[in-house]
Design a protein around this ligand. Structure first.
Ligand code: SF4
Length: 437
């Protein structure tokens, strides 16, 4: 039998990078390449890298190093690809480097170093593409890049300004996913609420109707597909308020991943983020009044250059008031190339770590209390996994990978992708336990 050209693929980084990987893998499969998860079966290895923070850069460089050692023929793509000189300084043997979402370039690089086999019978790719997530949920990327210039972030310099996909294109993909059995769609981008602004909210024809390419319309139309729809990376623009009624109606999951980053106005300004934490508290209360079930996830940075103890305490006060459900927190890390690195009064590492620990301890109490309030409730959950002891599911309040899980002891007859009703019996600061009703 003729040898099938085989590509080994390593996917690092965030869900957006994962979507890029899926697109590349789909392209490769369409052209007849086989995909291998081991070095020895691969003819070439593609590493999709992440360059968001220094730890991710190191992980990416290490993975490239491992692929070179174990295999030798390596193509690098993804966010770190924008820093070709850094990659070549460490790993001069790399065959080719392409940048973030440079789909055509990666495909061309693979063609150069491993020509495809021409065989008209190999295009057996499922219409929804090759997915790296389990088949019952999928990430849907609606745009690339970002128009903001948050001073701690280098994503716009790596990925460029916002480029939105027209709404009909996004909805078609979503429909295919649902037809293929996907039960939950996770909307991702760098800035989900800015969707469409770069293409002047271009009107598209969708099922005989003219619909604008805009955040609200996206939410509304996805909400008609009959699956769970979860919104990630929602920048806190005022117009975000408009989608909360869709959550109350059950069209969207009552879940908002909305990074606030800090609560002190001076620091928010230095970060070039929208200020006014008082506003945010009022908005959170208003959202809860419209949709009492809403779960809020946010991320924050502590130890930003110049952050005083008093400003940090203001952040803790905000947390105490806001009672967010899930929170991620990072000690400020001076990513190479970020404008914030030039700001005066860097916070010493031990102070950053001490603030991070205080922040996390407070939020752990709040998260535990929020989860405790759900004990005794009946909720619908989605089964992610069935193991010997029972089923592992997620509630509407839990995004895969980043939030908690719901354990249903003994429910081994369930299937992955089932929606079931449970009564919640127990909670800790992260997860829930329940039984079927
Ligand atoms: S909104 Fe800010 S933090 Fe997010 S990608 Fe854009 S510049 Fe970076």
């Amino acid at each position: 039998m003729k040898h099938i050209p085989t590509v080994g693929f390593i996917s690092l980084g965030c869900p957006k990078a994962l979507v890029d990987s899926e697109k590349i893998l789909t392209g490769l499969r369409t052209e007849g390449y086989a995909i291998s998860s081991t070095y020895q079966d691969a003819d070439i290895v593609v590493v999709n890298t992440c360059g968001f923070i220094d730890a991710a850069v190191e992980e990416s460089l290490d993975s490239i190093g491992e692929a070179i050692k174990e295999h030798g023929r390596v193509i690098v793509t993804g966010c770190l690809g924008a820093r070709e000189a850094d990659i070549r300084a460490r790993h001069p043997q790399v065959l080719q480097v392409t940048g973030a979402h440079a789909y055509e370039e990666v495909m061309a690089a693979v063609h150069t170093h491993l020509p495809p086999r021409h065989d008209p019978f190999v295009s057996l790719v499922p219409p929804q593409g090759v997915k790296l997530t389990p088949s019952h949920y999928a990430y849907l990327k609606i745009s690339e890049g970002c128009n903001h210039r948050c001073t701690f972030c280098i994503i716009p310099s790596l990925r460029g300004d916002l480029v939105s996909r027209p709404l009909d294109d996004v909805l078609l993909e979503a429909e295919k996913l649902v037809a293929a059995g996907v039960k939950e769609i996770l909307v991702v981008s760098q800035d989900t609420s800015a969707y469409g602004v770069d293409i002047n909210y271009q009107a598209v024809n969708w099922r005989g109707q003219s619909v604008q390419t805009r955040f609200y319309e996206l939410a509304d139309k996805l909400g008609e597909l009959g699956c769970w729809v979860r919104m990630h990376y929602v920048y806190p623009y005022p117009h975000v308020d408009k989608i909360i009624p869709l959550m109350a109606e059950g069209k969207l999951l009552p879940y908002l991943d909305i990074p606030f980053q800090h609560a002190n106005n001076r620091l928010l300004k230095l970060m070039k983020r929208p200020a006014a934490s008082q506003n945010n508290l009022e908005r959170i209360n208003a959202w809860r009044a419209i949709c009492p079930e809403i779960s809020l996830r946010s991320t924050f940075i502590v130890g930003f250059p110049g952050e005083t103890e008093q400003e940090f305490t203001e952040l803790l006060d905000f947390l105490t008031e806001a009672r967010l459900d899930r929170v991620g927190c990072f000690a400020y890390s001076p990513v190479q190339g970020a404008v914030a690195n030039t700001l005066p009064n860097a916070v010493p590492e031990e102070v950053k770590q001490e603030r991070l620990a205080r922040f996390m301890a407070l939020q752990a109490e709040i998260s535990a209390e929020r989860l405790q309030q759900r004990v005794g409730r009946i909720e619908t959950v989605l089964v992610d996994e069935v193991v010997a002891e029972g089923a592992v599911a997620r509630s509407k309040a839990d995004a895969p990978e980043i939030d908690g899980q719901v354990f249903i002891d003994g429910a081994t007859h369930l299937n992955v992708g089932d929606f079931v009703k449970i009564e919640i019996e127990e909670a800790d600061e992260h997860d829930l336990w329940g039984h079927l009703v």
